[in-house]
Design a protein around this ligand. Structure first.
Ligand SMILES: NC(=O)c1ccc[n+]([C@@H]2O[C@H](COP(=O)([O-])OP(=O)(O)OC[C@H]3O[C@@H](n4cnc5c(N)ncnc54)[C@H](O)[C@@H]3O)[C@@H](O)[C@H]2O)c1
Ligand SMILES: [Zn+2]
Ligand SMILES: [Zn+2]
Length: 383
């Protein structure tokens, strides 16, 4: 089969790999019909995640058709169209039992901190991902769900990560009616967080980024106010001024490890790898939220420490909540929103790229070219 493989920082290409095999009775093999590149994949692409090995296939956002199932699989059969959450989870450990599907204790022998994620390095379990023609799906009775008849494929693929994660970011902020919500990052995750904030009763939604076409998208798609942080003197000061000098009630961090905006943070994280990620946007959240306010963090950081302004968070009495999104837990409500037309997740899709040209997709997404918000990857031989 054709599969994307990592060759080193900034280098990916398509190679021929064996079609994955059933390794455990509860595995399924899924033929991928549509995948996507996530902002998280860029952290891999830029060599920011530890224990990322040459030859690894990325891709944790994919939908497809069940090709083969192991002997104990009961909920799926060959031919079923399935949506697969980005988290791999066992469904029965302490954490899964509490709905913490991003924190499963049984799927990642390499770490106690992070669960299993498709195509996300050996730090996240070493599972090959879905930017390929086929992918092995462990715990096939737990994660995947059959795509409802009424759901379109491009909406389904956005429900594997970007849309539920944005919604989750807004949930972590515990938004109350009338709240001023500031979302840092106008990528797919931040855009969905901004849109979700309205569903949770926000009174104002402000999106912060430095890429104008993305801010323009945020105004149109999420009906948000926007600010380009390079065009104001000091984004924290700006945020205070627009909130009667109190600060936002809720800040959502949807940027993660590669946040721009401070040279020192960039060099110490991206270049020297002295930090698990640049906490620029996280620190702006801490500084921009009002005392006693909430910060929801869905931006991804590596396992090392980062220079977070914890003293300010402590002295302001902030509540900071963070996690990998437990995607499966979000589905019942999000499926309803999609069915009723409240959300149309595929609206963020800007590019549809054949699998064979995936290197171009990474180039576009990484450099934010050609108005790119979300590129889909289509294994052409399956269409
Ligand atoms: N927690 C989870 O479960 C989960 C799931 C998916 C993605 N993520 C993470 O969410 C983050 C966003 O993902 P995405 O797909 O939207 O990525 P993306 O790369 O498309 O978007 C990130 C945006 O942040 C902007 N940005 C950079 N520095 C900034 C700053 N200091 N302030 C404000 N904006 C800034 C960039 O210009 C870009 O538009 C990534 O870190 C990704 O790894 C987490
Ligand atoms: Zn992702
Ligand atoms: Zn589990």
């Amino acid at each position: 089969m054709r599969a994307m493989v990592y060759r080193g920082p900034g280098r990916v290409r398509i190679e021929e790999k064996d079609i994955p095999k059933i390794e455990h009775p509860n595995d399924a093999i899924v033929r991928v019909t549509c995948a996507a590149i996530c902002g998280s994949d860029l952290h891999l692409y830029h060599g920011m995640m530890p224990d990322l090995r040459v030859g690894h296939t990325f891709g944790h956002e994919f939908v497809g058709v069940v090709h083969e199932v192991g002997s104990s699989v009961e909920n799926l059969k060959p031919g079923d169209r399935v949506i697969v959450p980005f988290n791999i989870c066992c469904g029965s450990c302490f954490f899964c039992a509490r709905g913490l599907y991003g924190n499963c204790h049984n799927v990642n022998p390499n770490a106690t901190a992070v669960g299993g994620i498709y195509g996300y390095s050996h730090t996240c379990g070493g599972y090959d991902g879905g930017q390929a023609e086929y992918v092995r799906v462990p715990f096939a009775d737990v994660g995947p769900t059959i795509i409802p008849e009424w759901m379109e494929e491009e909406d389904a693929v956005m429900l594997t990560d970007a849309c539920p994660t944005g919604y989750f970011g807004a949930q972590l902020g515990e938004i109350r009616e009338g709240d001023v919500v500031a979302v840092f990052g106008a990528g797919p995750v931040g855009l969905f967080a901004a849109k979700s904030a309205w569903l949770m009763g926000a009174g104002r939604v402000i999106v912060v980024d430095h890429i104008d076409y993305r801010l323009e998208f945020a105004r149109r798609f999420a009906h948000a106010e926007t600010v380009n942080f390079t065009q104001v003197n000091d984004i924290v000061q700006w945020m205070k001024e627009t909130t009667e000098f109190l600060g936002a009630d809720v800040c959502i961090e949807a940027v993660g490890a590669e946040a721009d905006g401070a040279f020192f943070q960039h060099v110490t994280s991206a270049k020297l790898k002295l930090q698990g990620g640049s906490p620029v946007a996280l620190n702006w959240c801490i500084d921009s939220v009002r005392k006693g306010g909430n910060v929801g963090v869905v931006g991804a950081f590596g396992p090392l420490f980062s220079a977070v302004k914890f003293g300010d968070a402590m002295n302001k009495g902030l509540t900071i909540r963070a996690n990998q999104c437990p995607v499966k837990r979000q589905w019942p409500r999000l499926f309803e929103h999609v069915k009723n037309g409240v959300l149309k997740p595929s609206e963020v899709v800007t590019h549809r790229i054949p699998l064979d040209e995936i290197a171009e997709g990474y180039h576009l997404m990484s450099n934010k070219l050609d108005g790119c918000i979300k590129p889909l990857i289509i294994p052409t031989s399956t269409h």
